[in-house]
Design a protein around this ligand. Structure first.
Ligand SMILES: C[S@@+](CC[C@H](N)C(=O)[O-])C[C@H]1O[C@@H](n2cnc3c(N)ncnc32)[C@H](O)[C@@H]1O
Length: 267
C-alpha cells in the first residue's frame, strides 16, 4: 500500500540521504522517463527544465577523445550525447532502475554507455581519471556533504580538467515548490540550509531528501578545491517554451531563475 508523505525540515546525514533518495529514484524512475524522456531526447543534453542545450552553451568544452564522468546520469541521455561527439563517457547513478532505463535506451540505439551504480559520495574512481566531470541536475543537491563531493571531483579530474553542473537555482529555495502563483511568494530564508525532507506519514520512514547551498556556498566549495569559476549560467525562460516540469513553469520562469549551471576548471 502506498502512503502519503509529509514535508519536514531537519538535519539529515549522508547515509540517510543516500538510503532515501536511492529508494525514491528507484520508485520514480519509470514515471520520470515516461514523463520527461521525449523532452530529454535519447541522445540529447539539456541542462534543465528550461531546455537549454549543451550544443548551445558549450559548458563542457571539447569532449572528443576525452574521458567524461556524468554524476547522476539517470537514463544516460547526456552521456549518450558525449558518446555521439566522440567522447568516452561513464555514467554514475545511485538508482539501478534509472540505469536499467539507460541500458534499455542504449539497446534501442545499438550504443553502450558504461555505467556504475553508486552514490556520488565517495566516487569509486582513481585519481586524475577524467578530463571532464559533469552533472545535469544529478546528485549535487542530493548529497549531505557537497564540499566533500567537490573535493572528490577535484581528485578524479586531471589537472586542468573541467567541471560543470546544474542545480535548482539556489534562490528557488525561498519559494514553495509550486509552478503557479503560489510559487512566487518567498516563505523561507535563502540562508537556511536545513534540508527538505519527505517522511512517510504512516511508517515515519524518510522518503526523500534535498539539500540546499547558496550561490556563495557553491563558489566557496569550488575555490577551496582549486577550481577556477568560469561562468554561472542562469538560463532565461524561452519565449516559445510552455512546458511545466515540477515547480518549473512559464509563470515562475519569466520572473525568477529556475536553474543555475556552474562551469569551472582546475587551475
Ligand atoms: C533529476 S535526475 C537527472 C538525471 C539526468 N541527468 C537527467 O537529466 O535526466 C537526478 C538523478 O540523480 C540520481 N541521484 C540522486 N541522488 C544521487 C546520489 N547520491 N548519487 C548518485 N546519483 C544520485 C538519481 O537517481 C537521478 O537519476
Amino acid at each position: 500500500m502506498s502512503h502519503g508523505v509529509r514535508p519536514e525540515r531537519r538535519p539529515v546525514d549522508e547515509a540517510e540521504s543516500l538510503r532515501a533518495n536511492r529508494a525514491d529514484w528507484d520508485a520514480y524512475a519509470d514515471e520520470y522517463q515516461s514523463t520527461h524522456g521525449d523532452f530529454l531526447g535519447d541522445t540529447g543534453f539539456l541542462w534543465g527544465p528550461e531546455g537549454v542545450r549543451e550544443d548551445d552553451v558549450h559548458a563542457l568544452g571539447e569532449v572528443a577523445g576525452r574521458c567524461v564522468l556524468e554524476i547522476g546520469s539517470g537514463a544516460g541521455q547526456c552521456s549518450r550525447w558525449v558518446l555521439a561527439r566522440g567522447g568516452r563517457p561513464v555514467g554514475l547513478d545511485v538508482s539501478m532502475r534509472q540505469l536499467q532505463h539507460s541500458r534499455r535506451i542504449d539497446l534501442e540505439h545499438d550504443l553502450r554507455v558504461p555505467v556504475v551504480c553508486a552514490g556520488a559520495a565517495g566516487l569509486p574512481f582513481g585519481d586524475g581519471c577524467f578530463d571532464v566531470v559533469f552533472s545535469a541536475f544529478g546528485a549535487l543537491q542530493f548529497v549531505a556533504d557537497a564540499d566533500a563531493l567537490v573535493t572528490d571531483i577535484a581528485r578524479v579530474l586531471r589537472p586542468g580538467g573541467r567541471f560543470a553542473f546544474s542545480v535548482t537555482h539556489p534562490t528557488r529555495w525561498m519559494f514553495p515548490d509550486d509552478p503557479d502563483e503560489e510559487g512566487l511568494t518567498a516563505s523561507q530564508s535563502y540562508w537556511d540550509r536545513t534540508p527538505y525532507v519527505e517522511v512517510d506519514d504512516e511508517t515515519g520512514e524518510t522518503r526523500y531528501v534535498e539539500h540546499h547551498r547558496t550561490i556563495g556556498d557553491w563558489v566557496h566549495a569550488l575555490s577551496v578545491n582549486g577550481f577556477r569559476l568560469l561562468e554561472i549560467l542562469e538560463p532565461e525562460w524561452p519565449a516559445d517554451h510552455d512546458r511545466t516540469w515540477g515547480g518549473w513553469s512559464r509563470v515562475r520562469g519569466v520572473l525568477t531563475p529556475g536553474t543555475a549551471v556552474f562551469v569551472a576548471d582546475l587551475g
